[in-house]
Design a protein around this ligand. Sequence first.
Ligand code: URP
Ligand code: ZN
Ligand code: ZN
Length: 463
Amino acid sequence: MPVLIKNGTIVTACDTYKADVLIENEKIVEIGMDIKRDDCETIDASQKYLIPGGIDVHTHLNLHSGTVVAKDDFYTGTVAAACGGTTSIVDHMGFGPEGCSLKHQVDVYHGYADGNAVIDYGFHGVIQHINDNILSEMEYIVEGEGISSFKIYLTYDFKLSDEEVLKTLARLKELNGITTVHPENDGAIRYLKESYVKAGKLSPIYHALSRPVECEAEAINRMINLASLAGDAPLYIVHLSCSLGLDYIKLAVDRGQRVIAETCPQYLLLDEERYKEPFNNGLKYIMSPPLREKKNQEELWKGIRDGYIKVVATDHCPFDFGVEKQLGKGDFTKCPNGAPGIETRMPLMFSEGVSKKRISINKFVEVTSTNPAKIFGLYPNKGSIEAGFDADIVLIDPDKEVNLTKAMLHENVDYTPYEGMTLRGYPVLTMVRGKVIVKDNVFIGQKGYGKYMKRSKVFLENI
Ligand code: URP
Ligand code: ZN
Ligand code: ZN
């Protein structure tokens, strides 16, 4: 049955206006003033904003990391995402066995997601090593599997050498794909970590001190220069946490280089004092890059306002505080890295961004939905409310006050880093391709409703 959303205020990356929205066969078919139809299910959106569903392009569902597995799988994680106003994700595949093909991980991830996800989903490829087979296989993964972005790491087990990085950048440019990077200087981190461990400095704050901003900024700068050397290959920096890294990004963007930056709510709202919380609570915030000194936060918000940071994603990678995180009790180096955030991104960005007037509501839509869709080959199906787009729509009540607690969230993990925060503005309805799957924080959708999104190639001209 067609659906008619009446009396709401539509928000896109560039407009805010009152209109009705008619939906048929999963698509938005008409937007107009006072649409009259008597064959529709009607949703009254008075006093609500209609925004394009959130697109979270940095999640780690089902991630296998050493001996532990991230707590959310493609069912629980996407239920939580939907309850928080996110209607699509692009998940970062974890590493496969050493030497495996690219297709190996694609198959593993379809095994995790197909029949489980409740919202639409895609994958970023992962490059663990480079040789002629991998370079040639990339073409099939981009064209045949619809995976036009790949992640590389400059630290962790499968870090790439500069030569491998250059080969990846150049090949993906050739294929109209994009390289995304976890930028941290591995050698410097190892040196610092070793010296703290030798000195018996093992509490959570030493996680942050062993990965200082210089480690991240150096790696960002290195990647920018390698991307330039590769013929201005498009480059996407994930989870930017600090203003020093942002400075290098600004320099490159002002020179006209195609460098795109993503940050996450944790770097905008939490700071490194959290590592000093009593009762080992600091373990909850062990993630890489780590939380930074508070002064970075305003610079990151400004980076969003000024258009240097184009995406806010989550890096959702949850481990229970009571179980997996306790591995780091007494030694921060043993703590699995990552924190939850898939459900809280949209509410936090609305409340702390829009309601607190740090960003406009249009900028909110741009960085949480429109830009991610454009950068990662989902536009013009996803990322806006316009005729012809998928009917992925979220209703936000701007006046709803919510006290954020673990108890009200759906993430399959025993804590939220945002416990006790009072938010103003919260999603009250989530629709994916015309179907309401969340109403008033209750999931009413179906396991397996989510569709795999084959993504198109990357064209950054209109970002
Ligand atoms: O600490 C983090 N961020 N864990 C998830 C993996 C990554 O580095 O993105
Ligand atoms: Zn990372
Ligand atoms: Zn990540």
